[in-house]
Design a protein around this ligand. Structure first.
Ligand SMILES: O=C(O)CCC(=O)C(=O)O
Length: 215
């Protein structure tokens, strides 16, 4: 059986300093798609990236993470996570992220050309129910989110209310929201106070998906 590094379905990766291999499953072999409703879906790709801990370590120390104040219902609050963005892929220093961009663009037929990244320092950090307005202003989009580091819960539920589905993406796993999941559904990463480790999530953004449909 081929190891991920030998397998032609895996993009050949960088040999990081530690000697461990980095690779991406360009065949998306483990992908499982769940219909949320007739027009919306979510896809989970476990183990999509091998050697994800190396990318996590690089990003943790090199990405210029910042805290931000957000305004919500006329109140300003400190967002309980750190964020960073690379609106231009030319500024991305991590080759592993650029490989991920290429693999996702090719597989989903969407030109991903920017990154939005979150650092959840521990289980006290979180993000509430929301849609990804930054990543999707069209009626239908495909928005991939890569997890690096600690496993956290990822919930999605109908925007009008109702029960949620829970996923637990681990390091190297992809969660991909498609169809009308950014219009008719909301998602969140809730607090998990017992968790000490940090998680990075990488949202792959596309300028083409960030503009509204013509009326
Ligand atoms: O961290 C995640 O998995 C989701 C992040 C997200 O939805 C966002 O930053 O808008």
């Amino acid at each position: 059986m081929n190891t991920p590094a030998q397998d032609p379905r895996h993009a050949q990766g960088d040999l990081f300093e530690s000697g461990a291999r980095f690779s991406i499953d360009t065949s998306f072999e483990t992908a499982r798609r769940f219909a949320l409703d007739d027009h919306s879906w979510i896809e989970i790709v476990p183990g999509w990236m091998s050697g994800a801990s190396l990318l996590y370590e690089q990003m943790r120390s090199r990405v210029p993470w910042l805290e931000h104040d957000r305004r919500l219902f006329n109140r300003v609050f400190r967002e309980p996570r750190m964020t960073a963005t690379y609106p231009d892929l030319a500024d991305v220093p991590e080759q592993g992220l650029l490989q991920a961009v290429r693999a996702l663009s090719s597989h989903y037929g969407v030109t991903y050309d920017g990154l939005w990244m979150n650092l959840y320092r521990n289980g006290q950090d979180s993000t509430g129910w929301h849609r990804d307005h930054r990543s999707c202003r069209k009626s239908e989009c495909i928005v991939p989110v890569l997890t690096l580091g600690t496993t956290r819960r990822f919930l999605i539920r109908p925007i009008k209310g109702g029960s949620s589905m829970t996923f637990k993406p681990s390091s190297g796993d992809l969660v991909v929201m498609g169809g009308r999941s950014q219009q008719d559904w909301v998602h969140c990463v809730p607090k998990e106070p017992g968790i000490a480790g940090a998680r990075i999530s990488v949202n792959f953004m596309s300028t083409a998906q960030g503009v509204r449909d013509r009326p």
